[in-house]
Design a binder for this molecule. Structure first.
Ligand code: GAP
Length: 466
């Protein structure tokens, strides 16, 4: 049985080898906490996003999509509390000058840092005379703001400061009034977006788990506070359903009620969805009741009236917010670690991804049994091109492709597809040409093949892909 680090190394290596995910800026030695998506990674990522978009936006009448700018007026982040409060406790190795998360060092020595103030973390580190991982003394614990700061335009004075947004949420709070004025939705309603967010994480780690350039899928759902509990429960259920859409093993998905002292400054209730990764149980997604903290703060700071007028009660209120917040990369990592398998098939060791057809980057690979037989190649190309045209009507939400491959032996082709998680391989053999036109379809997980008539191919795929 491979150890946890070994499994992570194997997954990272498979992702690079097969064109899912590469280290960011790799030819220059990389840039920690950044990853680039290759051709298969793009299709896989789109599937993860499309399933979310379908469940939470397309299939609902009450959620409005937006796509806000990453760069925002610095006052957005002052009002939201991020300029003053979005920080981690850091401590410096006084010899090497390397910096570490003070709470993590404390936790590594068996002491929980949850809910501790900066001064308490500092006292404990000094009391215990904790050393850096290089064995050197540590300095004073200091707060370190995690936002990535930049300057807009030609000047570099304080008025030109901007930040790469640390969460996509900010773009939705500042557009609340715009959408209200354009569409006049009734409460409850939500804004949704998928986009990049940036955090200057001190210790990026575990592949896609903790990165500096994050992709988030977030909803700010505006409500009357009277109904917050029911809506919170509904979103909890919807997130569980989404984890099923992705094909995640439900035994590895857990809900953690976050204790008051561990919640973000704006939250009155938070549930963390956790996942059993190879390196342990850790956060996958968050669901928070943000009260009306954000709209109140932005209304006060910007002087814009971010209120809702209730036609029935004739009263104005500042809506409260329920926020499901999901990291795309963390979701992909959960799926990859859940799907990674090693087994033996036909007496040969194999490494493969047991991906659901709904997230697999390639849904179906079409092969001629032999590439030097023109009649097999011709028929294989016809079926391939025909299915490529039809796949969108079979399931319009899939980004997985249909591919054609004739290189190497048929066994090698199967292995290549297994490794990237392709659920089905279709082969044109001599019986296809000489008998009833039927093809073989091989199932990735069992290696079993069944013969399917050409007129039944669409029905076969429809059954498997919906
Ligand atoms: N708007 C709320 C918010 O951003 P968060 O718990 O800080 O809350 C939400 O982040 C989700 O974004 C997390 O549950 C995780 O899926 C993802 N995420 C946050 N920081 C991340 C990081 N450094 N690397 C990868 N994913 C991250």
């Amino acid at each position: 049985m491979a150890g946890k680090d070994n499994i992570m190394d194997k997954i990272i290596s498979l992702c690079k080898r097969r064109g899912f995910i590469y280290q960011g800026s790799e030819i220059y030695g990389g840039l920690a906490g950044t990853w680039d998506y290759g051709p298969l990674g793009v299709a896989f990522k789109k599937n993860v996003e499309n399933l979310w978009w379908k469940r939470f936006v397309l299939d609902r009448e009450d959620i409005y999509p937006i796509d806000a700018a990453i760069l925002m007026n610095q006052n957005v982040w002052k009002a939201s509390g991020h300029v003053d409060g979005f920080s981690d406790p850091l401590v410096e190795d006084i010899k090497t000058k390397k910096r570490y998360r003070a709470d993590h060092l404390l936790e590594a020595s068996g002491i929980s840092a949850k809910g501790l103030k900066l001064s308490d973390i500092n006292s404990k580190i000094q009391e215990l005379k904790l050393k850096s991982p290089d064995g050197n003394p540590l300095g004073e614990v200091k707060q370190f703001n995690m936002m990535l700061k930049t300057h807009i335009g030609a000047t570099e004075d304080s008025s030109a400061i901007s930040y790469l947004r640390p969460e996509t949420a900010g773009g939705m709070f500042v557009n609340f009034k715009n959408v209200l004025d354009s569409f006049h939705p009734k409460l409850p309603f939500g804004l949704a977006q998928i986009g990049k967010a940036f955090r200057n994480e001190i210790a990026p780690r575990d592949f896609l788990f903790r990165v500096r350039e994050i992709e988030q899928m977030e909803i700010e759902y505006f409500i009357d506070p009277k109904s917050w509990e029911k809506i919170f429960d509904d979103f909890t259920e919807q997130l569980v359903e989404y984890s099923k859409d992705l094909g995640l093993d439900q035994k590895k998905v857990h809900k953690l009620e976050v204790a008051p002292e561990d919640r973000a400054h704006y939250s009155k209730r938070t549930i963390d969805f956790e996942f059993d990764y190879p390196f342990g149980r850790e956060e996958l997604w968050g669901l928070a009741y943000r009260t009306n903290f954000d709209l109140s703060a932005h209304s006060k700071a910007s002087k814009a009236p971010l209120e809702y007028f209730d036609e029935e009660t004739k009263e104005k209120l500042i809506p409260h917010v329920i926020e499901p917040s999901l990291g795309v990369g963390r979701t992909m990592l959960a799926i990859l670690t859940d799907a990674y398998r090693e087994d033996e098939l036909g007496g040969e060791a194999r490494e493969y991804l047991k991906l659901s057809p709904k997230v697999a980057p390639v849904i179906l690979a079409v092969f001629p049994l032999m590439k030097n037989r023109p009649e097999l190649v011709k028929r294989a190309r016809e079926i391939y091109l025909d299915l490529r045209k039809k796949i969108k009507s079979i399931n319009p939400h899939l980004s997985g492709q249909i591919v054609y491959d004739e290189t190497g032996s048929i066994g090698k082709r199967y292995r290549r597809q297994d490794e990237i998680g392709t659920p089905f391989c279709l082969t044109i053999d001599f019986d296809t040409i000489e008998k009833d036109g039927s093809v073989t379809i091989r199932d990735r997980d069992t290696g079993q093949q069944e013969r399917v008539k050409p007129e039944d191919l669409e029905k076969f795929l429809e059954k498997k892909l919906n």
